[in-house]
Design a protein around this ligand. Structure first.
Ligand SMILES: C[S@@+](CC[C@H](N)C(=O)[O-])C[C@H]1O[C@@H](n2cnc3c(N)ncnc32)[C@H](O)[C@@H]1O
Length: 263
């Protein structure tokens, strides 16, 4: 099972839903009970809670992440929800299906349909369309190379994005999709998280964590060693630029909100 740390989820999700227009098809103001499946540390659950007058429950298989969640939680598997039929009027997930095998995506969607009396929403990224711009010239290319090998090696479809046909196959109607670009910017003055991220690049620790996946994605041992050393060099250039106050990085991660209605 692919595990996510609280620090990773905190770093990658913080501020994601500052703009909430793409969530309007979820009709959050009209919801009575929302189930957030694969909620992780509950970044989306908190947004759902703020926008809905009803109750929100987070569900995840990883107990250690649920400790961080601010709404009531259930520890369970998305493919076998311990929830009665029609219990919620919205079942939603964010960046869950990209971590499941194709067969488990269908099992999870079947469970979402069974447990919802009204709407099912899936919010999934397309990691092949991520774009990084940086004042440190090599960062954009190195990030693209890491992403390419990661996508090939990871074993699930992390480029899933919009899946309207898949929702229709599960009997949902009135299916709508919206693109939402999650923009993450690092600029002066640099916060603690930006400094920590730069330090991780200097040590190459996150690249080391991904070693097996990068190798499975076609990188040779030798290419990996040289890639990691280039990555660390880039990290040092970033730290230097941060000291000079000239480092600027913008990353755009396209997410797709696909919503369907139970017949
Ligand atoms: C990328 S994280 C996304 C977390 C959260 N939805 C967010 O966007 O911040 C994926 C989450 O799905 C959970 N997960 C993966 N497979 C699962 C499964 N079969 N059942 C329940 N949760 C699962 C992981 O534990 C993790 O918390």
């Amino acid at each position: 099972m692919r595990r996510f740390s609280t620090s990773y989820l905190d770093e990658t999700r913080r501020g994601m839903w500052e703009s909430r227009a793409a969530l309007s098809p979820l009709s959050l103001a009209d919801r009575d009970l929302v189930l957030d499946v694969g909620c992780g540390t509950g970044e989306l659950s908190s947004v759902l809670c703020e926008e809905s007058s009803g109750s929100v429950v987070g569900l995840d298989r990883d107990r250690s992440l649920l400790r961080e969640v601010s709404v009531p939680t259930i520890q369970a598997d998305a493919v076998e929800l311990p929830v009665r039929d029609d219990a919620a009027d919205l079942v939603v997930c964010q960046a869950l299906l990209v971590n499941l095998s194709d067969a488990d995506i269908d099992r999870a969607l079947a469970e979402f349909v069974r447990c919802s009396s009204d709407l099912v929403a899936v919010i999934e990224p397309d990691n092949s369309a991520v774009n990084v711009e940086s004042t440190v010239s090599e960062e954009s290319d190195l990030a693209a190379r890491a992403r390419e090998h990661y996508i090939s090696g990871v074993g699930t479809d992390v480029t899933l994005g919009a899946i309207p046909d898949r929702l229709r196959e599960h009997g949902l109607t009135d299916v709508k999709t919206r693109r939402y670009d999650h923009v993450r910017t690092i600029e002066s003055p640099y916060g603690e998280r930006a400094v920590e991220a730069a330090k991780r690049k200097v040590t190459g620790s996150r690249i080391a964590q991904q070693r097996d996946t990068l190798l499975a994605g076609g990188m040779s041992d030798k290419a990996y060693e040289s890639f990691r050393s280039g990555w660390r060099e880039m990290g040092r250039a970033i730290v230097e630029a941060m000291h000079a106050g000239t480092y600027h990085r913008k990353e755009v991660i396209p997410f797709f909100v696909t919503v369907g209605r139970i017949v």
